[in-house]
Design a protein around this ligand. Structure first.
Ligand SMILES: *Cc1c(COP(=O)(O)O)cnc(C)c1O
Length: 428
């Protein structure tokens, strides 16, 4: 008995979502399409088991098999990122960052992270997030051209003496110089967290330098460029003390501090179906083909950026080194919100985004953020990106012209029809 007969309402909605995905261009840079093998693991009986604790040290019986699953996920994570320790239990990226704070800081301690409007994440010190209420959050911005401003970051660090410095972004189109953050953290005696949620897949694919032997601790989601299930990991170097007992907050103790922060600190039972799916995604990412995938993501992003620039659009920092770019629409008299809405209507999914020193509000900013990981998973290449850049530019320049919109919508469908998504799956 499966969902198509037992729950027609949800089955119909899932089918509708599959068709929406099939018929559209998914360009939100934090999204992706996982393999059917990852879907299999995610929809598996792993969800049934309670296994609070860690392999070999559980609070429940019957964990012999889930231990093997978690150990394999951990081994693959260590291999993929070249680290000594991996915790694969965080429920998602935000709880993983919460665990790092909980492990390394006391409430009221100072953290230095990027401002949300300049590509930071809410968990890097936004005032309405736990990170900005329980901790004294100081935010860095960027230079006028959108590049990181290491003079500002260093002077804020010297002034505020943070205990934790965070690098890693949701909307930064350039290579991150991890060593510069490391040097500043060392100068002020701070821990250094690299949050590679967006670029984990590019790092495994060697398209972006790795922070894994530079930062003290690394958090990542598993569902963005890594192309796994929604989940997260915390990576670090050194050994976990055995038994896991309370230890001082030193660099050597970070693996133990992290494990204790996840459980008993913050979470209960791990999601074993997700752990299994993370292991599958990591095995895919360790294959040589994944390097080609990561490379194609960046080639596609560069081709898309070039096409949009050729059509007269302005990009923050003038282009991209990674999987994403931000188009600044302020010279076109179109807001990011209008662009997002109108692109959605023709089947191109992007999200509105602030540009550096935006004159508009974050709820209706001047830019849109676009990325290529999901389109690359569908098999699209540079020629497709060139066309998509032209379609986007044509739409934002003719935002009130319904005839043009209809034409573009047709072209989007023609393109998406060439790249079937999950042809073997039907929910209803
Ligand atoms: C996506 C993201 C997160 C949070 O991940 P969720 O799984 O959505 O909680 C954290 N940090 C950065 C930089 C991200 O891009």
């Amino acid at each position: 008995m499966n969902i198509s007969t037992t729950d027609k309402e949800i089955a119909n909605y899932l089918q509708e979502e599959l068709e929406r995905s099939q018929n559209g261009l998914e360009m939100i840079p934090s999204e992706n399409f996982v393999s059917e093998a990852v879907l299999d693991a995610l929809g598996s009986i792993g969800t049934n088991k309670y296994s609070e604790g860690y392999p070999g040290k559980r609070y429940y019986g019957g964990c012999q098999v889930v231990d093997k699953i978690e150990l394999l996920a951990i081994e693959r994570a260590k291999q993929a990122f070249n680290v000594d320790h991996a915790n694969v239990q965080p429920y998602s990226g935000s709880p993983a960052n919460l665990a790092v704070y909980y492990a390394l800081l006391d409430p009221g301690d100072t953290v230095l992270g990027a401002n949300l409007s300049f590509g930071g994440h809410m968990t890097h010190g936004l005032k309405v997030n736990f990170s900005g209420t329980l901790y004294n959050a100081v935010n860095y911005t960027a230079k006028k051209d959108g590049y990181l401003d290491f003079n500002e970051i260093r002077s804020l660090a010297l002034k505020h003496k943070p205990k934790l410095i965070i690098a890693g972004f949701t909307a930064y189109p350039r290579i991150i110089d991890w060593q510069k953050f490391r040097d500043i953290a060392d100068e002020v005696g701070a821990f250094f967290l690299a949050d590679i949620a967006h670029i984990a897949g590019l790092i495994i694919g060697e398209e972006h330098p790795s922070p894994c032997r530079i930062a003290d601790v690394i958090t990542t989601t598993t569902h963005k460029t890594l192309r796994g299930p929604r989940g997260a990991m915390i990576l670090s170097n050194g050994k976990v003390s055995n038994p896991i007992k309370k230890v001082p907050r030193t660099k050597e103790n970070i693996p133990t501090l992290i494990d204790r922060a996840i459980i008993p600190g913050l979470q209960g039972g791990p999601h074993n179906h997700t752990t299994a799916a993370i292991a599958v995604a990591l095995s895919e990412a360790l294959k040589p083909e994944f390097k080609n995938y990561a490379k194609q993501i960046v080639l596609n992003a560069k081709a898309l950026a070039k096409s949009m620039i050729d059509e007269g659009l302005e990009l923050v920092t003038g282009g991209t080194d990674n999987h994403l770019m931000i188009a600044d629409l302020s010279n076109l008299n179109v807001s990011g919100k209008d662009a997002e809405h109108n692109l959605d209507e023709i089947g191109i999914t992007v999200n509105k985004n602030t540009v550096p020193f935006d004159s508009r509000s974050p709820f209706d900013p001047s830019g849109i953020r676009l990325g290529t990981p999901a389109l690359t998973s569908r098999g699209m290449k540079e020629d497709d990106m060139k066309l998509i850049g032209q379609l986007i530019a044509r739409l934002v320049k003719n935002i009130n012209d319904n005839n043009i919109k209809e034409e573009i919508k047709k072209q989007v469908l023609e393109l998406t029809n060439k790249y079937p998504l999950y042809p073997g799956i039907k929910y209803n």
